[in-house]
Design a protein around this ligand. Structure first.
Ligand code: R5P
Length: 290
């Protein structure tokens, strides 16, 4: 039997997954002791089951210990195997030592998860300097790709789109989205000067005047990349862009700031957020069914 166990906050996605994959939904009890240590209880029989613990990993630090406790409890209670579904997989962007002494967070995080789980399912992890998750995970990983869903949203909602990647890293998504949406695409140049400071430069876009810019990126985190790209396009006399991203992290007031600059701000539901307009549940379910 396949059993999806949602960590707190993941219930809506679990319901959608169960509908699409035919898996059963299990139940957990979680709380904090007065000293803030985590308490978890698996409320049901997991013996012999292939257990999928569902936990999107935006703002991961307060979630991690409970997640490891649930995985260990399932194993102790006789689950046949214990897998993680993390629609958003955290800590993938610090994938190199940029300054002496820095932790390479993606490697450390993958090591922790590889010890706790038998496999990981995720959606479009941020792979930049790594070609595949198998370079850092020692367990099987499966990746669902949201680009076709974003392309379908563009086809349904935007006339004469120009798909734009805000930086070179985004080209892996923008090229695929543009091809499926039947739209041209261009890529801007980004220089990051700090966690919240980015500069965006644009090539000559005069050939595309009259098209609706559609910015596509994998993650909106501080929101600076999207916001600065919107401002650059406004300086070039483009109409307000549609901003599409897979993972809606949106630190601080970045959603409000971006909403004031864009025609639409649209994300998938890998991270629950008011901008979610595209569901990845069926995509993820197809990976669970394998
Ligand atoms: C680049 O590293 C990523 O693809 C995103 O462009 C980046 O994570 C967005 O970050 P922020 O919203 O903080 O500018």
């Amino acid at each position: 039997m396949r059993l999806v166990l949602p960590m707190p906050g993941n219930e809506k996605m679990a319901d959608a997954l169960a509908v699409s994959s035919g898996a059963e939904i299990g139940r957990l009890e979680t709380r904090r002791f007065p000293d803030e240590e985590a308490y978890v209880r698996v409320a049901g029989d997991v013996r012999g089951s292939r257990v999928y613990i569902l936990c999107t990993l935006a703002r991961p630090d307060p979630k991690l210990m409970s997640l490891i406790l649930v995985a260990d409890a399932c194993r102790d209670l006789g689950a046949a195997s214990v897998h993680l579904i993390a629609p958003y997989l955290a800590y993938m962007r610090q994938d190199a030592r940029f300054a002496e002494g820095e932790a390479i967070s993606s490697v450390s995080f993958a090591r922790v998860l590889s010890r706790a789980f038998d496999g990981v399912v995720t959606v479009d992890p941020h792979l930049h300097r790594r070609a595949a998750l198998s370079e850092i995970f020692t367990i099987p990983t499966r990746i669902a790709h949201a680009a076709p869903l974003l392309a379908d949203w563009i086809k349904d909602h935007v006339d004469a789109p120009l798909v734009i990647g805000p930086d070179s890293e985004s080209e892996q998504w923008t090229s695929e989205v543009a091809a499926r949406a039947g739209a041209p695409y261009v890529v801007l140049a980004k220089r990051r000067r700090g966690d919240r400071q980015v500069e965006i430069a644009a090539p000559d876009l005069s050939a595309w005047k009259g098209r609706r810019p559609v910015l596509v990126d994998d993650i909106i985190s501080s929101g600076r990349t999207m916001a600065e790209a919107c401002r650059r396009l406004r300086q070039l006399d483009f109409a307000p862009p549609c901003c599409l991203a897979i993972h809606a992290l949106f630190a601080d007031d970045s959603y409000a700031e971006l909403s004031a600059l864009a025609r639409d701000v649209v994300t998938t539901d890998t991270v629950p957020h008011p901008s979610n307009a595209v569901s990845v549940a069926a995509l993820v379910a197809s990976e669970v069914a394998c």
